[in-house]
Design a protein around this ligand. Structure first.
Ligand code: B12
Length: 218
């Protein structure tokens, strides 16, 4: 295992332990040694929070522990998101996106990574935040006419809202004017096809390349 891999492994363990100071210091260390901020997010922070999620799902962790790890990840993201955005790959404007986490769902760590990467790739992104009602998505699509609408959902109980937004766009005759992308741990390609979304991605890197293909900007 290389030195960097060892540090990323340590970082994911520190997220599991909810050790914010440790997370901040190892991230700074990794950045100073030239590591890609996105790799630090994916192979360190995200790896850690997924372990926490599995343990919580098995009943091995309390909600307070889940919360602590989520806060720890968020503190790490505060350092890494600006670093990702600094690495602007596209100088020209690629397109526009409106994104939010659907109603009933407050998970936003993944959505915020998606936003950072889309911004770094030349998209103008409007973030509607979390727990976004179907009507708000519709109103913003009408107002801003973005190329892409992104719907994030992390729970089996909230993914039906992604379907509702698409149905509402259809019934208002707006569906053909926009590409809808869905994501979040409770979704998958099969569900995306079922509800008639244009694109699904399991991570932010794939999301950007699929978005570019969808709007002919690749
Ligand atoms: C962190 C976390 C929390 C944090 C959220 C903090 C925050 N600010 O986001 C807190 C502690 C607040 C929380 C609360 C709850 N949580 Co929670 N949580 C998680 C956990 C562990 C990790 C989620 C995460 O951030 N992953 C890391 C990110 C980077 O990954 P990601 O979200 O998948 O995003 C990536 C991709 O999916 C994709 N992507 C994401 N969005 C989008 C959008 C688009 C358009 C595209 C293209 C791509 C894309 O790109 C991202 C980057 O690569 C998950 C477990 C899991 N495996 O998901 C449980 C989990 C989602 N939570 C769960 C539950 C049950 C809850 C609570 C109900 C707990 C409770 N009893 O109160 C509440 C719900 C509150 C609510 N109403 O939303 C369950 C859901 C079960 C279900 N029904 O499906 C899970 C699966 C845990 C479990 N195993 O039981 N949670």
């Amino acid at each position: 295992m290389s030195n960097i891999e060892e540090k990323l492994e340590k970082l994911s363990n520190l997220v599991v332990e909810g050790d914010t100071d440790g997370v901040k210091s190892i991230i700074k260390d990794l950045l100073e040694s030239g590591s890609d901020p996105l790799k630090i997010v994916e192979n360190g922070l995200t790896k850690g929070i997924r372990i926490v999620g599995e343990r919580y799902g098995r009943g091995d962790l309390f909600l307070t522990e889940l919360l602590l790890s989520a806060e720890t990840m968020q503190d790490g993201m505060k350092i890494l998101v600006p670093e990702i955005q600094k690495q602007k790959k596209e100088l020209k404007r690629t397109g526009s996106m409106v994104i939010g986490t659907v109603a009933g769902d407050i998970h936003d760590l993944g959505k915020n990574i998606v936003i950072a990467l889309f911004s770094a790739n030349g998209f103008d992104v409007v973030d509607l935040g979390v727990d976004v009602p179907v009507q708000k998505f519709i109103d913003k699509v009408k107002e801003l006419k973005p190329n892409i609408l992104g719907l994030s959902a992390l729970m089996t109980t909230t993914i039906p809202k992604q379907h509702e937004v698409i149905n509402e766009l259809k019934s208002l005759g707006l569906r053909d004017d926009i590409k809808v992308m869905i994501g979040g741990a409770a979704t998958n390609k099969v569900f995306s096809n079922e509800i008639g979304a244009d694109g699904y991605a399991e991570n932010a890197i794939d999301a950007v390349s699929i978005a570019k293909q969808l709007i002919g900007a690749s």
